[in-house]
Design a protein around this ligand. Structure first.
Ligand SMILES: [Zn+2]
Length: 331
């Protein structure tokens, strides 16, 4: 199987294209969605499957399980969570339901973040969604034509998401490791690594040395990174440790699979943005001035490569948020 789309049950917003990345290794790349879904990496071993990350809701993970059953008669043995963000683990519960022996694996830092921050954020979603729905209802009433049809669809998805998040049975990892965990299967090695802080304090990378593939979670994505829980000053150093691994293919948390050329651009952006903010802060610039000057200085190099997904995740909005986070941390 090389590539095919698949819509979620009941016309949900979980749609994936499956790309073969190496023998027995696939990326299920999530299409843009009202409630963003992460990608899933699928690794077929002699004794079962490993999947990496489980999306923003159980209905999305169920779409993947349906696909897995078509791809292989083997059970899922391991589910890896790369970090504690909702769009990477809220579908966890689906796997032990579908495959009773499945273990959910992450590192100690990420499991602790799920317990201390992730669980609370589920309740935040439950509390915040009604206001989001009320606003969409008002927007639908005021809109006409195509815009109205789109908003009506968003409203349907928002209501469905509220129902799902209310019913969520958060499935925390059943195995945690410190720093590194290595699985030696008959046909491949799988290394779970912590390379330092980046998108979160505990980012897990999944490295297949023989196939030269790395699964990065959101430490690398196809659009401008989200840094709200991130460590902008550590990020480039973590990516330098990633660059030291011998690999050719990246399966990222969001966006199409990429190669080393994208690592170069992405690392360049993070490093240049942080340096730009630091320089401006050292010269006494206010946050507003930094938000004017740094995007102006970086647009020529980075706006185009980071605009591949257009209005879904625009570069300008992303860099302004990145600057605010970095400014708060360096000043
Ligand atoms: Zn994500």
């Amino acid at each position: 199987m090389d590539c095919c789309g698949h819509e979620g049950p009941g016309g949900g917003d979980a749609k994936f294209e499956i790309h073969k990345v190496a023998d027995g290794v696939w990326a299920a790349v999530a299409a843009p969605a009202y409630k963003v879904n992460c990608n899933t990496a699928i690794i077929e071993n002699d004794d079962g499957l490993m999947v990496v990350d489980t999306h923003s809701k159980p209905s999305a993970a169920k779409v993947i399980v349906e696909r897995l059953r078509q791809m292989s008669s083997k059970p899922v043995r391991y589910v890896v969570n790369t970090h504690f963000h909702w769009d990477h683990w809220h579908g966890n519960e689906v796997y032990p339901q579908a495959y009773p022996n499945a273990e959910i694996v992450t590192n100690d830092i990420t499991r602790e973040a799920m317990v201390k921050k992730g669980l609370k954020r589920i309740q935040d979603h439950v509390r915040q969604m009604p206001a989001e729905i009320t606003k969409l209802e008002a927007d639908v009433a005021a809109a006409r034509g195509e815009a109205r049809t789109k908003l009506e669809n968003d409203l349907r998805l928002a209501r469905a998401y509220l129902a799902e998040v209310k019913a969520l049975k958060p499935a925390l990892p059943t195995i945690q490791f410190e720093r590194t965990m290595k699985l030696y299967r008959r046909d491949r090695e799988i290394h779970l690594l912590h390379l330092g802080r980046a998108h979160t304090e505990g980012d897990v990378f999944v490295y297949l040395p023989k196939e030269k593939v790395v699964i990065t979670g959101d430490a690398m994505i196809g659009w401008t990174p989200y840094m709200g829980d991130g460590y902008p000053e550590d990020w480039a150093g973590t990516l330098d440790r990633l660059a030291a691994l011998d690999f050719t293919h990246l399966i990222m948390g969001h966006g199409e699979p990429a190669g080393r050329d994208w690592l170069k651009v992405f690392r360049g952006y993070v490093g240049d943005m942080v340096e730009g903010v630091r320089r401006e802060v050292a010269a006494g610039a206010t946050l507003d001035e930094v938000k004017q000057r740094v995007p102006a200085a970086l647009a020529g190099t980075y706006e185009k490569p980071f605009s591949k997904y257009g209005d879904y995740r625009p570069w300008r909005t992303g860099i302004l948020a990145n600057i605010e986070r970095t400014y708060a941390m360096v000043s």
